[in-house]
Write a protein that binds this ligand. Structure first.
Ligand code: FAD
Ligand code: NAP
Length: 334
């Protein structure tokens, strides 16, 4: 374990905003948590993974960076493998490893930044797949009491970019291990999503070819956080009922939408932002990325408050145009 005082977090989160942690602790081994439980007030702790989905509006007192590493097979049969990964494993290295072993289920989630430990937090999703479909259980420790608990997928309350953990940040569950159930054969390739469907109409599909295609798509559309600080999609795609959808169609009949659960519809937030005239705009050091306006970028030197105020301006403008209030997907620490 390493403990530092007054550490700049600029290099530890992908918005690359200047913010300081009073105490910064790098946890290398699970056993080191005992020190945290015995010596620190849990309510002051902020758990950090790769920092690719956070905006620090205030200075955190104590940052715990979870670096536990390790991948091992828990169980397997002819068809499936139950695979454990420790929280600090870089997500895309883990996906690459699974694909190289011929284990299916995570390939559509290639090149998402961050760590294994954060993957259940917002039930990461992309290209028609959500991680909840592969999660067997999540092992976590309750920092307020030291109690350890296994959350099976059904206990995680997973929904669209959401989970029990995201809904209850004050409960301070530190996820130290996630166990995934992956296919060894009869892979259920998910290629129904837009560009994937076109790409694999005639080409052979495999775990590797899906991964390569997703990587290429993402690299062509999304900003590299090391070039332009960002946290991916800043807002969730709103889910609306049929009445609201019909209202939107009256405002603009070209509105795209996708069937969601319970007879509701998902409308791409990027489309709403673009139609509100906000695609590629820039105010000072902050803007919407020209190739994907759902991503707010720090063009350099932006403060967290500037980014937050810019996001509030987007929310307000979209409300005025469409009567829909966008919800922030990024975890705002305030
Ligand atoms: P952090 O940003 O460090 O933390 C996020 C939240 O999880 C915080 O509240 C933190 O306290 C909590 N947390 C982190 N680790 C733990 C732990 N071990 N135990 C308990 N709590 C923890 N997301 C998608 O869903 N799909 C995408 O396609 C996608 N694309 C992206 C593209 C780019 C360019 C970027 C910058 C982000 C993208 N994201 C995407 C968002 C982000 O990568 C994911 O949400 C990722 O899972 C965050 O992981 P992290 O380790 O960086 O978490
Ligand atoms: P896109 O393909 O341009 O699609 C725009 C939106 O339409 C997406 O938000 C997507 O919703 C929805 N969509 C498209 N085809 C769909 C289908 N067949 N069924 C249901 N919904 C469909 O999106 P993109 O910006 O290039 O991103 C590609 C994927 O990567 C998306 O899944 C996106 O969520 C993910 N991504 C996420 C983040 C993040 O930070 N959360 C950042 C970058 C990319 P969904 O978003 O629900 O898929």
């Amino acid at each position: 374990m390493k403990i530092y005082q007054n550490v700049s977090l600029k290099g530890f989160h992908t918005f690359h905003v200047e913010v300081t942690a009073k105490t910064f602790i790098e946890l290398e081994q699970f056993e080191e948590i005992d020190y945290i439980l015995d010596n620190l007030q849990a309510t002051l702790l902020f758990i950090l993974g790769g920092g690719s989905n956070v905006l620090f509006l205030k200075q955190p007192e104590v940052v715990l960076r979870v670096n536990f590493r390790g991948i091992h097979i828990v169980d397997e049969n002819e068809d499936f493998v139950w695979l454990s990964a420790k929280a600090g494993e870089p997500w895309d290295d883990f996906v690459a490893y699974c694909v190289s072993q011929g284990w299916g289920g995570l390939e559509n989630l290639s090149l998402i930044p961050g760590t294994v430990g954060a993957s259940p937090i917002q039930n990461i999703g992309a290209y028609g797949v959500e991680v909840k479909d592969t999660i067997w259980k999540v092992n976590a420790i309750h920092l307020l009491t030291g109690v350890r608990k296994s959350f099976y997928a059904k206990d995680c309350n997973f929904s669209y970019r959401d989970s029990y953990f995201k809904q209850h940040p004050d409960e301070k569950w530190l996820i130290y291990e996630v166990i995934y159930k992956l296919t060894k054969k009869h892979h259920r390739y998910n290629i129904s999503y837009g560009n994937l469907a076109t790409e694999f109409k005639e080409k052979p599909v495999s775990l590797q070819s899906i991964r390569q295609f997703v990587i290429q798509q993402r690299q062509s559309k999304l900003p590299d956080p090391d070039e332009y600080g960002n946290a991916g999609s800043f807002f969730k795609n709103p889910v609306v009922d049929i009445t609201k959808l019909n209202d939107l169609k009256k405002i603009d009949s070209s509105v795209p939408y996708f069937e969601h659960q319970d007879g509701n519809y998902k409308v791409p937030a990027a489309w709403l932002i673009e139609k509100a005239g906000l695609k590629g705009i820039r105010y000072g050091n902050v803007g919407t990325f020209p190739r994907q306006p759902l991503v707010i970028v720090n063009y350099g030197g932006a403060s967290s408050q500037e980014i937050f105020d810019f996001s509030a301006f987007i929310i307000q403008t979209v409300v005025e145009k469409f009567g829909i209030e966008l919800e922030r997907e990024v975890n705002v620490f305030k």
